[in-house]
Design a protein around this ligand. Structure first.
Ligand SMILES: [Zn+2]
Length: 244
């Protein structure tokens, strides 16, 4: 999960309407779901980290910048009005979520084995909250070609695309190819998958960190070698941050 920094609120106090925050969130974080990392060109929603309604709702946080992320319809609807306990899960705006998960070629997301027991529990809670622990459902079209309907299938597709891009770089290791791959990554989304596939390529990782809005500003990556900075510096001091 791509670590991101929203920075401080663009308005003094709360927003009049939470939807007013959307342009600034997109400008700072890019047009991606903050949880599953898919690119969302329309219907990207202002996501309330703590639910605004329901029995666990926090209505006083409805229009508060610190409570916002961006989410796709799948993550948003899976999360719904479930209780969110900031102490017991990892969030991309305050934890180094890049250290928490391993992205597999089959579209599955595993919890990184470098986490301690407590951190691993927090990571599992995050996956469950937005349904990123759901396995890929194989759907075939009339020609028996797999159709990437769910998030896991889309991750698998992104992984294959990133692997092809890496082969292209090996075949043609030139500056224009590097730039082209970064453009493709930004368009395709799934920052974490590009980082996983290009794990050996420090220069490419630094380019991805730079190109996906809000990632470099998170300070979760060393700016010289792209190594993880742990725990997350959490420069805006968001509550319960830096758990990883
Ligand atoms: Zn999503």
């Amino acid at each position: 999960m791509r670590p991101i920094r929203k920075q401080s609120s663009p308005v003094p106090g709360d927003f009049d309407e939470y939807s007013d925050a959307k342009p600034e969130l997109i400008s700072r974080l890019g047009m991606y779901c903050s949880y599953c990392e898919r690119p969302v060109s329309t219907n990207l929603a202002v996501e309330h980290i703590e639910p605004k309604k329901g029995p666990q709702g926090q209505p006083h946080l409805t229009n508060r910048w610190e409570n916002f992320l961006l989410a796709c319809v799948n993550c948003n609807s899976t999360k719904g009005d479930k209780k969110v306990d900031l102490q017991n899960l990892l969030l991309p705006d305050r934890d180094n979520t890049s250290a928490a998960f391993v992205y597999r070629k089959d579209g599955n997301i595993d919890i990184h084995n470098a986490l301690n027991q407590q951190q691993a529990r927090f990571a599992a809670n995050t996956l469950k909250l937005v349904g990123l622990d759901k396995p890929r459902s194989v759907v075939l079209d009339a020609n028996d070609e797999e159709v990437a309907l769910d998030r896991a299938s889309q991750r698998m597709q992104a992984y294959l695309l990133a692997e092809r891009a890496k082969e292209n770089l090996t075949a043609c290791n030139r500056e224009p190819m590097r730039e082209k791959i970064v453009d493709t990554a930004v368009k395709t989304g799934y920052f974490s998958i590009w980082m996983a596939v290009f794990d050996e390529e420090i220069d490419m990782k630094l380019r991805f960190i730079e190109a996906f809005s809000g990632t470099k500003k998170s300070e979760c990556f060393n700016q010289a070698n792209a190594n993880l900075v742990l725990p997350a510096p959490n420069p805006d001091a968001l509550s319960n941050g830096s758990k990883v």
